[in-house]
Write a protein that binds this ligand. Sequence first.
Ligand code: DHB
Length: 311
Amino acid sequence: MTVPDLCVSLCGVRLSNPLVLASGILGTSAELLHRVARCGAGAVTSKSCGPTPREGHPNPTVLDWGHGLINAVGLSNPGADEEVPILRDAKARLIPLGVPLIASIFAETVEGFAEVARKVAEAKPDFIEVNISCPNVEAEFGRPFAADPRDAAAVTAAVRRAVSLPVIVKLSPNVADIAAIARAVEAEGADAIAAINSLGPGMVIDLDSGRPILANRAGGVSGPAIRPIAVRCVYDISRAVRIPVIGIGGVTGGRDAAEMIMAGATAVGVGTAVYYRGPEVFGHIRDELAAFMGTHGYSSVLQMRGVAHGA
Ligand code: DHB
């Protein structure tokens, strides 16, 4: 049996395997990003950073509800000025490992996105991820930009003009036609799409107190329960656009990663599975994916990509 080639090219950047640390999971420090890279991730994404420091929502912010997690972290971050040295440090640690760094950003306005992108680009990450799909700040920020093709396109165009790095736009599953949003951001120069962000918001109520458990009451739903939705979104997006897709949502094992790739993903995000299997999950899923490919006769990720679409 030949050893399958797990290496992928994402916008011309080499990943030794398709597994990417999703944003918001352990991405808050250079040390943690480095640790995840050492555990076998093909690329790592930092926690989304905005123009100014934010504490985020009060605790409890994360809950295991039995079939995944629900969270309302509230985009806690140190602000772009503080983030730049963290990303610089992370980049310096990741270079020797050959693991690319994706710097995730958010803002409240189109111009805010451009400003944060410009600032964060100073740290020379390999990609910028544009988070237009956080489900937890609607009360403050209004409807997410990812909910409307024109809004999503406007943010993409502004970030595209602001930086020369590859731009990944992260979409929300909470829309009627995700393919239309994907086409809109591709038309404005997005280099890749990340899909999906967490689902919802959802709510879990504590039956003893009769009150919602999260302090924010509602939060983004993630984990195994949302995987079929993520797979369908990746399938629809990869039919609609030519740019690569990072498939994210509930991937916990090697077979789940294979499913995302068959749906059309070039790379595969892993987030909630870190809660279930620890940071070592990246090495585990990588090895499980290689074993699956070996037994099913796939010699490369490219050969498996999009097979669900048929001839
Ligand atoms: C948060 C942001 C997200 O994009 C998400 O999917 C879930 C939570 C947050 O910081 O609240």
